[in-house]
Design a protein around this ligand. Structure first.
Ligand code: FAD
Length: 302
């Protein structure tokens, strides 16, 4: 079973409906998803905070099909920001612009984003914009740059596998907008993306170094130990202070590495998803590491 297979399955509406309603399937996703409710999410983030790990809350959802759903997503994020403030958690929120209705009305999505950025700023937090597939890259970078310049509290995910990425990073660095660097989770055509994992890894290292040098409080999002060790050597060699950047990892992935980095004095933020619409996120996690399927199947049978 390959990455492409899981990414193709992630697009099936029928399977998605079935899985999101099934209590058995719900048991499968526990490793990657904190829960369905905001209370479960806050409990997971509070427990990370006790270990010195920061978090970013993702209310799962993407590609909404009505403006009302975009408004509901914005309302859910406002509730999340209120809960972060009430609990005094070291946390931000992460969202997809298509969850705010980008495909239906760019104006509506930008207006929701500005509302959330304003609230985040009031409580000393920030908003992270996930990067979706290449159909949204240009628009997402443009919106992140504009709202980031205006509010100073936007961090946008940028994918190392895209050929356009060095230019996007240079542009965001000049604008003083925060970047979360990841390798990239979608299947993209060779005409716009690097063809091999080796190329993507080399690009990731070089872009991460560029961000450490010129970026505005970047986040290095990876679980790749070799990449992390190479970057740590670079950080030590150039005496880059630990407060200048963050490591970011996903809930349920390499918890050992998360704790180890905190022990070594670095800032670590964990991306913690919650909500009923978990299927597509979950399938992307399987696509990244098909061996997860056997691990989950064993747990289910236990
Ligand atoms: C905080 C965060 C935010 C992200 N945001 C985005 C985004 O907005 N847009 C986007 O396209 N992608 C995003 N990603 C996903 C990213 O693009 C990669 O697909 C994913 O992180 C796997 O790449 P890696 O750097 O961990 O390296 P890999 O080389 O894929 O993995 C390195 C090691 O990490 C572990 N690992 C990695 N993934 C998994 C997994 N799913 N399950 C179990 N173990 C795993 C394994 O031990 C593996 O050997 C994000 C990733 C992180 C950590």
């Amino acid at each position: 079973m390959t990455r492409k297979f899981f990414l193709a399955l992630s697009q099936s509406a029928t399977l998605r409906e079935f899985m999101e309603r099934s209590p058995t399937a719900r048991r499968l996703n526990r490793r990657f998803i904190a829960g369905v409710t905001l209370e479960e999410e806050i409990a997971a983030c509070a427990s990370l905070a006790e270990e010195g790990i920061w978090s970013t809350l993702d209310h799962l959802g993407e590609n909404v099909t009505s403006l009302a759903d975009g408004e509901a997503a914005c309302a859910a994020y406002l509730q999340a920001l209120d809960a972060i403030a009430a609990r005094g958690l070291p946390a931000s929120v992460s969202l997809k612009l298509t969850a705010l209705g980008l495909e239906l009305s760019e104006d509506a999505a930008v207006s929701h984003l500005c509302t959330l950025a304003t609230r985040a700023k009031q409580i000393g937090s920030h908003v992270e914009i996930d990067m979706e597939d290449h159909r949204y890259t240009g628009t997402t970078v443009r919106i992140a740059e504009a709202v980031g310049r205006q509010t100073g509290v936007i961090r946008v995910a940028i994918q190392a596998y895209l050929l356009r990425t060095p230019a996007d990073i240079a542009r965001l660095n000049t604008a003083g907008v925060m970047v979360r660097l990841c390798k990239g989770a979608y299947t993209e055509p060779d005409t716009i993306a690097l063809p091999t994992k080796r190329d993507v890894n080399a690009a990731y290292l070089s872009l991460a170094k560029q961000l450490l040098e010129d970026g505005t409080y970047p986040a290095l999002a990876t679980h790749d130990e070799r990449m992390i060790e190479a970057l740590l050597a670079h950080i030590r060699e150039h005496a880059i202070p630990a407060e200048r950047f963050e490591w970011e990892m996903l809930h349920g992935v390499r918890r050992d590495l998360q704790r180890d980095l905190v022990r070594r004095g670095y800032r670590v933020r964990v991306y913690v998803p919650y909500g009923a619409q978990w299927y597509r996120y979950f399938m992307r996690r399987l696509a990244e590491r098909p061996a997860n399927v056997w691990f989950l199947a064993k747990n289910l049978l236990r």
